[in-house]
Design a protein around this ligand. Structure first.
Ligand code: HSE
Length: 307
């Protein structure tokens, strides 16, 4: 195989209680990339459509992730990368992760899969380091593994794939304001109280148990963030109303997607997820902020080959 065209899913990181450790891949939102072998050694970003992002390899998240892989490969040739962005940068649904994960996954396929998926996560994390200053894995892991994932440990990296309940749907609204992950990390406190820690890890355990046992009520009870959401939500106009109206419309839970400004809700069944989309949209219509809204199942496969 000389060339590959792939779909790279958008992802929701944190999932309320799991800051930097929980994430999930979406089914119907994502970027496309074309990666091809070239004789000249190196990584060349030859096309970037849909967003104004750097083409220089060292300044591009896909470029640095690919370079991290190449540093551990003895392949003598190089790769051209074309990126067709559908996920807006700074939207909170894993734009940099889709490009970083797509680059390393596609190259690994063209090289006949020398690296396991867990190693690809490590390479893709270098893209996240460039984007946000921190090599977090909670977007790239679900993009590469598919479905829900838990980063049980960063050192050493230990990614645990988690079941995706069949009737679970996500609604994601993206108010058209940009919140840089690097900025929304700077405002976080570096210490938490033991009391908040106890509440938070109770919910992480509850959410993971609820996902495995497909206990939708338990999933709903666990979608609470005592640590990050109270601080970051002030950056998102309308957040409290979106959350309360989503819950009124029947959502199991609602929170900030990644570092925002996108807001996600989980619902049991597509009908409720659509009602939640309407309730969320009405808030931004009233406060006159443009938005995109998506209802999506979860993508259990991760990155997919398109041709
Ligand atoms: N865990 C990261 C953060 C995700 O919240 O900063 C960024 O998408």
């Amino acid at each position: 195989m000389e060339e590959i065209k792939i779909f790279c899913p958008a992802t929701i990181a944190n999932i309320s209680c799991g800051f930097d450790v929980l994430g999930v891949a979406l089914d119907s939102v994502g970027d496309e990339m074309v990666i091809r072998k070239v004789p000249r050694k190196g990584i060349y970003i030859t096309k970037l459509v849909g967003q104004d992002l750097p083409l220089e390899t060292e300044r591009n998240v896909a470029g640095v992730a690919a370079l991290a892989l190449m540093a551990e490969s003895d392949y003598e040739g190089g790769f051209e990368i074309e990126i067709y962005k559908k996920i807006k940068a700074g939207s909170g649904i894993g734009s940099s992760a889709a490009s970083s994960a797509g680059a390393v996954w596609g190259i690994n396929q063209l090289l006949m899969k020398p690296f396991p998926t867990s190693k690809l996560v490590e390479f893709a994390m270098e893209g996240e380091r460039l984007a946000s200053g921190v090599a977090h894995a909670d977007n790239v892991a679900p993009a590469l593994f598919g479905g829900f994932t838990l980063v049980r440990s960063y050192e050493p990296l230990d990614i645990i794939p988690i079941n995706s309940p069949s009737k679970l749907y996500a609604t994601v609204i993206h108010p058209q304001i940009e919140v840089k992950t690097s900025d929304s990390r700077k405002i976080l406190k570096t210490n938490i109280t033991l009391k908040d820690g106890i509440k938070q890890w109770g919910n992480v355990g509850g959410l993971v148990a609820g996902l495995f046992t497909e206990d939708y009520d338990l999933i709903g009870r666990s979608l609470i963030d005592h640590i990050v959401e109270p601080i970051r939500s002030i950056l998102i106009p309308g957040f409290d109303d979106v959350k309360s109206k989503s819950l009124e419309a029947g959502a199991l839970g609602c929170g900030i997607s990644g570092s925002g400004p996108s807001i996600f809700a989980f619902s049991k069944g597509e009908d409720i997820a659509q009602k939640v989309a309407l309730a969320m949209s009405n808030i931004y219509k009233n406060i006159e902020i443009d938005y995109d809204v998506h209802v999506s199942k979860f993508n259990t496969k991760g990155i997919k080959i398109l041709k």
